[in-house]
Structure formats: structure tokens, C-alpha cells
Design a protein around this ligand. Structure first.
Ligand code: AMP
Length: 174
């Protein structure tokens, strides 16, 4: 039997009803082969990190149980991004996105190659990843980086707020 690990996925959208996009992607995560959705955070609204002016992002973090390898999971996530009509190109690096799915953590592994950087290279700078993670896994220790509370204390301050119960209820109905 392949080993099963917990993987944390960062979800972000700032185009075409982003709240609904984030809600709608959860069942897709649960349908990935050899994978199930264990839990997810509330929705958060955050200022876009970008050189160009754009709408706020809606973010959440999901916890998956998977027996896929990290690269296999990345390819599954990219297929879901494309299904949500995400365009990918060098010019669009900082452009608005209908769906962005990143592997934040994959068990305790540390990997840094041309395709994957795990833990995600930018997670320590992104309150919109750290705050939802704190909600669903407060005791998490991030390999090579430290505790979540330490990272949150030292992260650049970014405008972020957890969305109200209406949005969270819509999410838990999924
Ligand atoms: P982006 O378009 O900003 O989502 O970046 C996607 C690219 O980042 C992919 O082609 C991946 O090869 C690379 N990448 C590196 N580390 C990660 C990670 N932890 N999760 C998702 N993509 C990653």
C-alpha cells in the first residue's frame, strides 16, 4: 500500500465570483484519484500581492489525505486550474486568476527542484495562507521554518479578513 500523507493546499481566486469559485473547487479536490478532502478553512478576503491593480482575492486552505506523490498531486491540481479556465503564461504571472491551487505542505517533506518547492516558498510571507492554516491546523510545525504562530508573528502585514458566517455556511454545505 502506498503511504498516505496529509497535504495542505492553498486556494485563491479573484475573478468571476471568486467566493463561488473557491466553494466550487472543494468537491474537485475530493475527487482527485487516491485522495480525499479531510477539512478546509473558512473563506478569507485579502489584498492582491501584485504590481498591477486588481480585485481582492478570496482564499482558503484545504487539507487532503493522499497517496499520490507530490508531482502527481501538482499535475492533478493544474488540471483542476485549467478546468476553471485559468490561463497560464509568463505575461499573466501577476494577472487576476479564476483559480490558483498551490501545494503548501506535503507531510513533512522538504523538496526544492525546478517544478516544486515544498513547503511553498512564499508561505511565510502570505498571511492569506498562514491564517486559514492556523484555523484548521493550529499546532502545525512547518519543516525548516518553525511553528505557525512564529510565522504569523513575523509575516508582512497584509490586509486580510475572515468572511462572515453566510459565506462560511455556503462553504460547509459543500
Ligand atoms: P503559479 O502560476 O504562480 O501558481 O505557479 C505555478 C508554478 O509554480 C508551477 O508550474 C509549479 O511548477 C511551480 N511550483 C513550485 N512550487 C510549487 C508549489 N509548492 N505548489 C504549486 N506550484 C509550485
Amino acid at each position: 500500500m502506498p503511504k498516505t500523507v496529509e497535504a495542505y493546499i492553498g486556494i485563491g481566486s479573484n475573478l468571476a465570483d471568486p467566493q463561488q469559485q473557491v466553494i466550487d473547487v472543494l468537491p474537485h479536490l475530493n475527487q482527485i484519484r487516491q485522495t480525499s478532502l479531510l477539512s478546509h478553512s473558512s473563506l478569507y478576503q485579502s489584498a492582491a500581492v501584485s504590481d498591477i491593480e486588481q480585485e481582492d482575492y478570496i482564499n482558503a486552505v484545504a487539507c487532503l489525505s493522499t497517496s499520490l506523490r507530490p508531482m502527481e498531486l501538482l499535475l492533478e491540481l493544474q488540471a483542476i486550474e485549467y478546468a476553471f479556465y485559468r490561463q497560464r503564461s509568463d505575461e499573466l504571472k501577476w494577472a487576476p486568476r479564476t483559480m490558483d491551487l498551490d501545494i503548501i505542505l506535503f507531510g513533512n517533506i522538504q523538496q526544492n527542484d525546478s517544478h516544486l518547492h515544498i513547503p511553498h516558498a512564499e508561505m511565510k510571507n502570505r498571511l492569506f495562507v498562514l491564517m486559514p492554516l492556523l484555523e484548521i491546523a493550529p499546532d502545525l510545525y512547518i519543516p525548516g521554518l518553525g511553528s505557525l504562530s512564529y510565522l504569523i508573528q513575523h509575516a508582512p502585514q497584509l490586509r486580510i479578513n475572515r468572511l462572515d458566517r453566510d459565506a462560511s455556511n455556503r462553504l460547509s454545505e459543500n
